[in-house]
Structure formats: C-alpha cells, structure tokens
Design a protein around this ligand. Sequence first.
Ligand SMILES: [Fe+2]
Length: 301
Amino acid sequence: MRDQPLTIYAAKGVFSALVDFCHAERKRCVSDGCLLWVGHIRFCPVDPHMGTYNQGDHDPGGQAATAWLDDDADRLKAIAAQGGRTLWYNPNGALAPNPMPAHDGEIIKMDDLATIPAMLAKPTLRTCLAWMDAWVLPDNIRRHVELVARLAYGLGGMLRGQGQQVDPILAHRGGLLHDLDKLHTLDRSRRHGDTAAAFLWEQGHPDLAEIVRGHILGSVLEDQTDLRTWEARLVFFCDKLVEQDQIVPFDVRLSALKARYPGFRQIMDQAEPYVWALNDQICSILSISNHENLISILEEL
Ligand SMILES: [Fe+2]
C-alpha cells in the first residue's frame, strides 16, 4: 500500500491549513491551489456541508477518495459508518469526542502526513466490530474490551502529547481485539491470545497480532513477546486495570485473576513487578503522582 498513490479528500479549511503548513515549514510539497502533493499522497479540497459531505464531490482528476480528512470528528464518523476511510485533523492533539473513535488516524503535525499509509493499513472500526461479531464475543467481554480500548486510546493520546511515539487509534483497535479468542481458549488447549493473533496475521495486521498475543500477564516473562511498542504496552497495561467492565487498581485486578486462574498464580507473581514498573513509567511521563491518581484520571476518560 505504501507505494500506491493515495488521494485524500480534505475539507477546504483543512486543505488550506495543510498548504500553509507546507509553505511555512518549507516541506517538499507541490500545490497549485487545487491540489497538494506530499510525496505520493495527493490532497484534494472538498466542500463539507449539511453536516456531511456531498458524496458526489470529486476532484478535477476524477480520482476516488482513498480517505477523507476533516477537523470535524462527527462528519468523519458519518463517512466511516458508510465504509469510508477517515483521518482526523487534530492539530491540538485533543482526544476524540466519541469514546469509540471511528476515524483511522490523526494528523497532528506536518510530519504525520508521511505516515498516512500506515494509518490506513489498520482495520477500520467497522471491521473490528464485525470480527467481534464473527468471533461471537458475549456482551460482558464486549463491555470489557470496549473499556480497555477506551483507556488505551486515552492514555495513548496523553503520552503522544508528551512526545511519545504512539498511535492512539492503533492502541484502541488493539484494545477492542485483545480478547477476540477468549471463548475459543477457555479449555486451555491453546494459549489465550495466540489464536486471535494468528487470525490477525492472516488478515495482514502483524502489529495488531503482536498486541493481542502479548496482552496476557505472563507474556512479559516470555522472551519472544514483543511489548516494545507503546500500543502493545498500553493494551497490556489497561487490561490489568479493567476487571469485567470496571476500572480498578491493579492489585484488585490481580487478586481477581489469581482467584479465577489459581494455576497461574506463580506466573502472575513473577509478572507483577513488570506491571508496576510500567505504571511508574507512565506516571512519570504524564507527571501523575501515584497509581491511585492515575486510576482517577482514567475514570474521567
Ligand atoms: Fe482483557
């Protein structure tokens, strides 16, 4: 996908901002007022009106939109609901008003334009929800993963605001999918997370596969587990703060897990320090004084 030319329909105000941004930053881009090229990505201004776009809008070259770019998250939500790919122009780094963001990526600064292909390589929210249906996720697990996803997105946005390399939308999608194989691994014949990870690999999403495979507590003790990305760490961490569909301190969650899975007590004991270390790292970056305050902040997301 990276080598394919992309056409992004940008709301006119956003298009103007991008052109100004390009000129101010003296980035390598080409603009004639009607089109803006940044590398192999072609931006085309369109007129959003009546709360959504006129689906008949098209650019002078007649190219269909690969994705839509707007600063209005609600308009993007409407396009995403129709199956369109969407990018939120979010120069202030705000969190999306919708607790389940429907857009596929966020443009905060000019350099983000180059990462649009990676943003669009993710499965859409619609696809994630369809997979949750196909894997027959029961309501209680669905509420759990939706809350984990929300927290991972929120924390991701906060860490991004402190200069960390994190895609909050990828963290959100990882949160949604992390328990996809829960019902299929209850009999312990397969390691929880591995079946869903294999599925995501087959679907062409190795980054999400690693997030899902690495979310279980004992994974931090396994050499092959890749928890190096913030997105993977956030889904792992937020899953340790959500018991059923409630936000709880980690020690409460850990006690519940030990009671539910007594055969894994020793592994959980060994993995516990990693979670506290991750908690301390996150609190330090976000200037949060302790775990209890972090929990309070998450409850406001
Ligand atoms: Fe979970």
